[in-house]
Design a protein around this ligand. Sequence first.
Ligand SMILES: NC(=O)c1ccc[n+]([C@@H]2O[C@H](COP(=O)([O-])OP(=O)(O)OC[C@H]3O[C@@H](n4cnc5c(N)ncnc54)[C@H](OP(=O)(O)O)[C@@H]3O)[C@@H](O)[C@H]2O)c1
Length: 287
Amino acid sequence: MKKLLLHLDTDSIPSAFDQAVAYDSDVDNIIPYGSITRDNVTPHVHGMIFTRGGKNLKNSAIFIGGSNVPASELVGDAVKKAFFGPVRVSVMLDPNGSNTTAAAIARKVITNYDVTDKKVVIIGSGPVGQRTALFLLKEGAKKVIITSRDITRSTKITTQMKQAYDVEVTPGEARSDEAVINLLKDAHVGIGCGPAGVCVIPKLAWAASETLEVIADVNAVPPHGVEELEVMDDGIKRQGIRFYGAIAIGNFKMKVHRAAIASLYERNDLFLDETTIYGIACKIDSQ
Ligand SMILES: NC(=O)c1ccc[n+]([C@@H]2O[C@H](COP(=O)([O-])OP(=O)(O)OC[C@H]3O[C@@H](n4cnc5c(N)ncnc54)[C@H](OP(=O)(O)O)[C@@H]3O)[C@@H](O)[C@H]2O)c1
Protein backbone atom coordinates (compact mmCIF):
# COMPACT_ATOMS: atom_id res chain seq x y z
CA MET A 1 0.00 0.00 0.00
CA LYS A 2 1.35 3.45 -0.91
CA LYS A 3 2.55 5.78 1.82
CA LEU A 4 0.48 8.95 1.49
CA LEU A 5 1.30 12.28 3.14
CA LEU A 6 -1.35 14.98 3.47
CA HIS A 7 0.76 18.16 3.44
CA LEU A 8 -1.12 21.01 5.14
CA ASP A 9 0.50 24.43 4.87
CA THR A 10 -0.77 27.68 6.37
CA ASP A 11 1.02 29.58 3.56
CA SER A 12 -0.82 29.90 0.24
CA ILE A 13 1.73 27.73 -1.60
CA PRO A 14 2.77 24.53 0.20
CA SER A 15 6.50 24.44 0.91
CA ALA A 16 8.64 22.81 -1.82
CA PHE A 17 11.35 22.17 0.81
CA ASP A 18 9.04 20.16 3.05
CA GLN A 19 7.73 18.14 0.09
CA ALA A 20 11.25 17.36 -1.16
CA VAL A 21 12.23 16.10 2.31
CA ALA A 22 9.11 13.95 2.45
CA TYR A 23 9.96 12.26 -0.87
CA ASP A 24 13.50 11.72 0.40
CA SER A 25 11.95 10.00 3.43
CA ASP A 26 10.29 7.37 1.19
CA VAL A 27 6.82 8.87 1.03
CA ASP A 28 5.17 7.62 -2.18
CA ASN A 29 2.71 10.44 -2.79
CA ILE A 30 2.10 13.87 -1.27
CA ILE A 31 -1.32 15.53 -1.25
CA PRO A 32 -0.49 19.23 -0.73
CA TYR A 33 -2.90 22.00 0.29
CA GLY A 34 -2.07 25.65 0.98
CA SER A 35 -3.96 28.42 2.86
CA ILE A 36 -4.95 25.91 5.52
CA THR A 37 -6.60 27.28 8.67
CA ARG A 38 -8.12 25.65 11.72
CA ASP A 39 -11.53 26.42 10.16
CA ASN A 40 -11.03 24.70 6.80
CA VAL A 41 -8.83 21.74 7.74
CA THR A 42 -11.37 19.16 8.94
CA PRO A 43 -12.58 17.84 5.51
CA HIS A 44 -8.95 17.22 4.49
CA VAL A 45 -8.33 15.22 7.68
CA HIS A 46 -11.50 13.22 7.06
CA GLY A 47 -10.19 12.46 3.57
CA MET A 48 -7.24 10.71 5.18
CA ILE A 49 -8.89 8.93 8.09
CA PHE A 50 -11.95 7.55 6.25
CA THR A 51 -10.16 6.05 3.25
CA ARG A 52 -8.06 3.41 4.94
CA GLY A 53 -9.17 1.35 7.89
CA GLY A 54 -7.60 -0.64 10.70
CA LYS A 55 -3.95 -1.58 10.24
CA ASN A 56 -3.82 0.21 6.88
CA LEU A 57 -4.33 3.61 8.53
CA LYS A 58 -0.64 3.76 9.32
CA ASN A 59 0.11 4.16 5.62
CA SER A 60 -1.49 7.61 5.71
CA ALA A 61 0.02 10.55 7.63
CA ILE A 62 -0.19 14.33 7.94
CA PHE A 63 2.53 17.01 7.86
CA ILE A 64 1.68 20.54 9.08
CA GLY A 65 3.98 23.38 7.99
CA GLY A 66 3.92 27.08 7.23
CA SER A 67 5.81 30.25 8.04
CA ASN A 68 3.19 31.44 10.54
CA VAL A 69 4.06 29.15 13.45
CA PRO A 70 1.16 30.05 15.81
CA ALA A 71 -1.35 29.55 12.93
CA SER A 72 0.17 26.15 12.15
CA GLU A 73 -0.10 25.16 15.82
CA LEU A 74 -3.81 26.04 15.74
CA VAL A 75 -4.16 23.80 12.68
CA GLY A 76 -2.44 21.05 14.70
CA ASP A 77 -5.06 21.43 17.45
CA ALA A 78 -7.88 21.30 14.88
CA VAL A 79 -6.40 18.17 13.26
CA LYS A 80 -6.36 16.44 16.67
CA LYS A 81 -10.00 17.44 17.21
CA ALA A 82 -11.00 15.94 13.84
CA PHE A 83 -9.79 12.49 14.98
CA PHE A 84 -11.92 10.23 17.12
CA GLY A 85 -10.98 7.11 19.01
CA PRO A 86 -8.63 4.90 16.99
CA VAL A 87 -9.69 6.64 13.77
CA ARG A 88 -6.60 8.78 13.35
CA VAL A 89 -3.30 9.02 11.50
CA SER A 90 0.14 10.12 12.64
CA VAL A 91 0.98 13.83 12.42
CA MET A 92 4.20 15.86 12.26
CA LEU A 93 4.16 19.55 13.19
CA ASP A 94 7.23 21.44 11.97
CA PRO A 95 6.17 24.94 10.92
CA ASN A 96 9.01 26.83 9.23
CA GLY A 97 11.33 23.98 10.19
CA SER A 98 11.32 25.37 13.72
CA ASN A 99 11.20 22.09 15.67
CA THR A 100 13.74 20.17 13.60
CA THR A 101 16.10 23.16 13.34
CA ALA A 102 16.06 23.95 17.06
CA ALA A 103 16.57 20.28 17.89
CA ALA A 104 19.64 20.27 15.61
CA ILE A 105 21.05 23.45 17.20
CA ALA A 106 20.68 22.05 20.71
CA ARG A 107 22.26 18.70 19.79
CA LYS A 108 25.22 20.44 18.08
CA VAL A 109 25.77 22.71 21.10
CA ILE A 110 25.94 19.74 23.46
CA THR A 111 28.19 17.63 21.22
CA ASN A 112 31.09 16.74 23.54
CA TYR A 113 29.99 19.66 25.72
CA ASP A 114 28.19 19.61 29.05
CA VAL A 115 25.74 22.52 29.19
CA THR A 116 24.77 21.77 32.80
CA ASP A 117 24.76 24.97 34.91
CA LYS A 118 25.93 27.07 31.97
CA LYS A 119 24.58 30.45 30.85
CA VAL A 120 23.19 30.49 27.32
CA VAL A 121 22.37 33.64 25.33
CA ILE A 122 20.21 33.27 22.22
CA ILE A 123 20.07 36.36 20.04
CA GLY A 124 16.57 36.21 18.56
CA SER A 125 13.33 34.99 20.09
CA GLY A 126 11.46 33.67 17.06
CA PRO A 127 10.20 30.06 16.93
CA VAL A 128 13.70 28.63 16.44
CA GLY A 129 15.18 30.61 19.34
CA GLN A 130 12.27 29.74 21.63
CA ARG A 131 12.53 26.01 21.01
CA THR A 132 16.32 26.05 21.31
CA ALA A 133 15.90 27.69 24.73
CA LEU A 134 13.44 24.99 25.73
CA PHE A 135 15.76 22.13 24.70
CA LEU A 136 18.88 23.59 26.36
CA LEU A 137 17.01 24.17 29.63
CA LYS A 138 15.89 20.56 29.42
CA GLU A 139 19.56 19.60 28.99
CA GLY A 140 20.44 21.35 32.25
CA ALA A 141 21.47 24.90 31.32
CA LYS A 142 21.24 27.13 34.39
CA LYS A 143 20.08 30.29 32.64
CA VAL A 144 18.86 30.82 29.08
CA ILE A 145 18.25 34.33 27.73
CA ILE A 146 16.35 34.97 24.51
CA THR A 147 16.44 38.46 23.04
CA SER A 148 14.46 40.88 20.99
CA ARG A 149 15.37 44.39 19.91
CA ASP A 150 12.61 45.44 22.31
CA ILE A 151 12.51 43.90 25.80
CA THR A 152 8.70 44.10 25.89
CA ARG A 153 8.54 41.58 23.01
CA SER A 154 10.99 39.10 24.57
CA THR A 155 9.23 39.49 27.94
CA LYS A 156 5.88 38.68 26.34
CA ILE A 157 7.39 35.59 24.68
CA THR A 158 9.05 34.29 27.86
CA THR A 159 5.77 34.77 29.75
CA GLN A 160 3.97 32.71 27.08
CA MET A 161 6.68 30.04 27.33
CA LYS A 162 6.19 29.86 31.11
CA GLN A 163 2.46 29.28 30.54
CA ALA A 164 2.95 26.74 27.76
CA TYR A 165 5.92 24.74 29.08
CA ASP A 166 6.40 25.79 32.72
CA VAL A 167 10.00 26.88 32.02
CA GLU A 168 11.92 29.96 33.19
CA VAL A 169 13.47 31.61 30.15
CA THR A 170 14.98 35.06 30.78
CA PRO A 171 14.05 37.92 28.41
CA GLY A 172 16.86 40.09 27.03
CA GLU A 173 17.22 43.12 24.78
CA ALA A 174 19.73 43.15 21.90
CA ARG A 175 19.22 46.54 20.34
CA SER A 176 22.89 47.37 19.67
CA ASP A 177 26.39 45.83 19.48
CA GLU A 178 27.03 47.16 23.01
CA ALA A 179 23.97 45.30 24.29
CA VAL A 180 25.21 42.05 22.68
CA ILE A 181 28.69 42.57 24.20
CA ASN A 182 27.08 42.94 27.64
CA LEU A 183 24.87 39.90 27.17
CA LEU A 184 27.79 37.68 26.11
CA LYS A 185 30.41 38.93 28.55
CA ASP A 186 29.68 36.22 31.16
CA ALA A 187 27.87 33.70 28.89
CA HIS A 188 29.17 30.21 28.09
CA VAL A 189 27.08 29.62 24.96
CA GLY A 190 26.06 32.21 22.35
CA ILE A 191 23.56 31.35 19.61
CA GLY A 192 22.51 33.44 16.61
CA CYS A 193 18.81 32.91 15.89
CA GLY A 194 18.18 36.18 14.09
CA PRO A 195 16.68 36.65 10.64
CA ALA A 196 18.40 35.47 7.47
CA GLY A 197 21.10 37.86 6.21
CA VAL A 198 21.60 39.80 9.45
CA CYS A 199 24.74 39.62 11.61
CA VAL A 200 23.43 39.58 15.19
CA ILE A 201 26.70 38.66 16.96
CA PRO A 202 29.63 40.83 15.80
CA LYS A 203 33.18 39.60 16.38
CA LEU A 204 33.81 42.32 18.93
CA ALA A 205 31.04 40.76 21.08
CA TRP A 206 32.24 37.14 20.99
CA ALA A 207 35.94 37.99 21.08
CA ALA A 208 35.49 40.24 24.14
CA SER A 209 33.89 37.48 26.22
CA GLU A 210 36.24 35.58 28.51
CA THR A 211 33.69 32.88 29.30
CA LEU A 212 32.30 31.81 25.89
CA GLU A 213 32.88 28.14 25.05
CA VAL A 214 30.41 27.47 22.19
CA ILE A 215 28.89 29.63 19.43
CA ALA A 216 26.23 28.48 16.94
CA ASP A 217 24.34 30.21 14.13
CA VAL A 218 21.45 29.13 11.87
CA ASN A 219 21.46 31.97 9.38
CA ALA A 220 22.87 30.55 6.12
CA VAL A 221 22.39 33.78 4.13
CA PRO A 222 25.37 36.19 4.10
CA PRO A 223 26.16 38.14 6.10
CA HIS A 224 25.92 35.30 8.60
CA GLY A 225 24.49 35.71 12.08
CA VAL A 226 27.90 35.48 13.74
CA GLU A 227 30.79 37.47 12.32
CA GLU A 228 33.71 35.30 11.07
CA LEU A 229 31.76 32.06 11.55
CA GLU A 230 31.72 29.79 8.47
CA VAL A 231 28.51 27.94 7.54
CA MET A 232 30.39 24.61 7.40
CA ASP A 233 31.89 25.01 10.90
CA ASP A 234 31.22 21.84 12.81
CA GLY A 235 32.95 22.32 16.13
CA ILE A 236 36.06 24.05 14.79
CA LYS A 237 37.78 26.18 17.45
CA ARG A 238 38.62 29.87 17.16
CA GLN A 239 40.18 31.60 20.14
CA GLY A 240 39.27 28.54 22.21
CA ILE A 241 35.55 28.72 21.28
CA ARG A 242 33.78 25.93 19.35
CA PHE A 243 31.84 27.17 16.30
CA TYR A 244 28.81 25.57 14.62
CA GLY A 245 27.52 27.05 11.34
CA ALA A 246 24.17 26.89 9.54
CA ILE A 247 25.09 24.12 7.09
CA ALA A 248 26.53 21.82 9.79
CA ILE A 249 23.38 22.38 11.84
CA GLY A 250 21.20 22.10 8.71
CA ASN A 251 22.73 18.72 7.78
CA PHE A 252 21.73 17.31 11.15
CA LYS A 253 18.32 18.98 10.89
CA MET A 254 17.74 17.09 7.61
CA LYS A 255 18.47 13.78 9.34
CA VAL A 256 16.00 14.61 12.10
CA HIS A 257 13.34 15.74 9.60
CA ARG A 258 13.68 12.59 7.47
CA ALA A 259 13.65 10.28 10.50
CA ALA A 260 10.56 12.02 11.86
CA ILE A 261 8.68 11.62 8.54
CA ALA A 262 9.71 7.96 8.28
CA SER A 263 8.48 7.27 11.83
CA LEU A 264 4.97 8.52 10.93
CA TYR A 265 4.40 5.29 8.99
CA GLU A 266 5.30 2.97 11.86
CA ARG A 267 1.96 3.52 13.60
CA ASN A 268 -1.16 5.64 13.21
CA ASP A 269 -1.28 7.55 16.51
CA LEU A 270 1.89 9.68 16.73
CA PHE A 271 1.77 13.45 17.12
CA LEU A 272 5.29 14.77 16.53
CA ASP A 273 5.72 18.22 18.05
CA GLU A 274 8.70 20.06 19.55
CA THR A 275 9.08 17.59 22.43
CA THR A 276 8.82 14.38 20.45
CA ILE A 277 10.94 15.71 17.59
CA TYR A 278 13.69 16.53 20.09
CA GLY A 279 13.45 12.91 21.29
CA ILE A 280 14.06 11.74 17.70
CA ALA A 281 17.13 14.01 17.49
CA CYS A 282 18.49 12.52 20.74
CA LYS A 283 17.95 9.02 19.40
CA ILE A 284 19.83 9.77 16.17
CA ASP A 285 22.68 11.26 18.21
CA SER A 286 22.96 8.16 20.36
CA GLN A 287 23.25 5.76 17.38
N1 LIG B 1 19.04 25.98 8.54
C1 LIG B 1 17.75 25.65 8.63
O1 LIG B 1 17.37 24.54 8.31
C2 LIG B 1 16.76 26.68 9.15
C3 LIG B 1 15.40 26.36 9.31
C4 LIG B 1 14.54 27.29 9.86
C5 LIG B 1 15.03 28.55 10.20
N2 LIG B 1 16.34 28.84 9.98
C6 LIG B 1 16.90 30.16 10.32
O2 LIG B 1 16.74 30.35 11.72
C7 LIG B 1 16.70 31.74 11.99
C8 LIG B 1 15.57 32.04 12.98
O3 LIG B 1 14.35 31.59 12.45
P1 LIG B 1 12.98 32.05 13.11
O4 LIG B 1 11.88 31.42 12.33
O5 LIG B 1 13.02 31.85 14.59
O6 LIG B 1 13.06 33.60 12.75
P2 LIG B 1 12.14 34.83 13.09
O7 LIG B 1 10.80 34.41 13.58
O8 LIG B 1 12.21 35.73 11.93
O9 LIG B 1 12.92 35.45 14.34
C9 LIG B 1 14.02 36.23 14.16
C10 LIG B 1 14.36 36.88 15.50
O10 LIG B 1 15.39 37.83 15.30
C11 LIG B 1 15.01 39.10 15.82
N3 LIG B 1 15.47 40.12 14.86
C12 LIG B 1 14.88 40.53 13.74
N4 LIG B 1 15.63 41.45 13.12
C13 LIG B 1 16.73 41.61 13.88
C14 LIG B 1 17.89 42.43 13.79
N5 LIG B 1 18.06 43.26 12.74
N6 LIG B 1 18.80 42.34 14.76
C15 LIG B 1 18.64 41.49 15.80
N7 LIG B 1 17.56 40.71 15.96
C16 LIG B 1 16.62 40.76 15.01
C17 LIG B 1 13.51 39.08 15.94
O11 LIG B 1 13.15 39.80 17.11
P3 LIG B 1 12.65 41.31 17.12
O12 LIG B 1 12.06 41.64 15.77
O13 LIG B 1 11.64 41.31 18.23
O14 LIG B 1 13.87 42.10 17.44
C18 LIG B 1 13.21 37.62 16.15
O15 LIG B 1 13.24 37.33 17.54
C19 LIG B 1 16.55 32.44 10.63
O16 LIG B 1 17.80 32.96 10.26
C20 LIG B 1 16.16 31.32 9.69
O17 LIG B 1 16.61 31.55 8.37
C21 LIG B 1 17.21 27.92 9.50
